[in-house]
Design a protein around this ligand. Sequence first.
Ligand code: 45D
Length: 163
Amino acid sequence: MAFAQSQNYSVNQAVETFRGLDVDDQLALFWFIYKEMGNSVTPAAPAASTVSPEIAEGLFNQVKDMSHEEQLQIQRDLITGASTQTTRQYGSLSDTTKLLFWYLLAQGMDSGTVIPMPENYQLSSSAQKLLDAIKQIPFEQQITLFRDYVSPMGAEPSAGAEI
Ligand code: 45D
């Protein structure tokens, strides 16, 4: 389909397609994106003024200490928008801090503190197509895409209550 080759590739369209995938397929695709990005993220970091590393790390440290099953459940809950203490805390972060949190999770998978991808996991063909398309868009637009993708995840902190 022209989607992947299109010069006028739309970030919004990609985000919509991403969200339309099965929850597990979204997680797997996000993981493969992380693997593709390699070390290109670190240089972008100083550009950010709206990121709170301590807050992202605080939430990540909570998740790191949970069982693998709970870690996976939390990531699925973030995508589906289920309301739990963790997803409400996530919902109170700035968009860039949310992105940093996901980045820390992926690094945790690399270092063994977060549940790893099953071996030989096969992306669905629609997820694979989207991955191929995302690889072709410029880095700045990729960042916008990922930020738009993670921004509405999680749940609203409830008013007047503890998070
Ligand atoms: O058993 O300006 C499956 C900052 C199947 C700095 C599974 C930045 C079943 C400021 C569900 C697949 C660094 C924030 C298991 C910029 C099964 C700034 C598990 C940029 C186990 C620009 C799947 C940040 C799992 C960027 C657990 C660009 C999958 C960050 C988990 C990009 C996947 C972050 C995860 C990315 C993917 C993070 C955690 C791409 C994370 C991806």
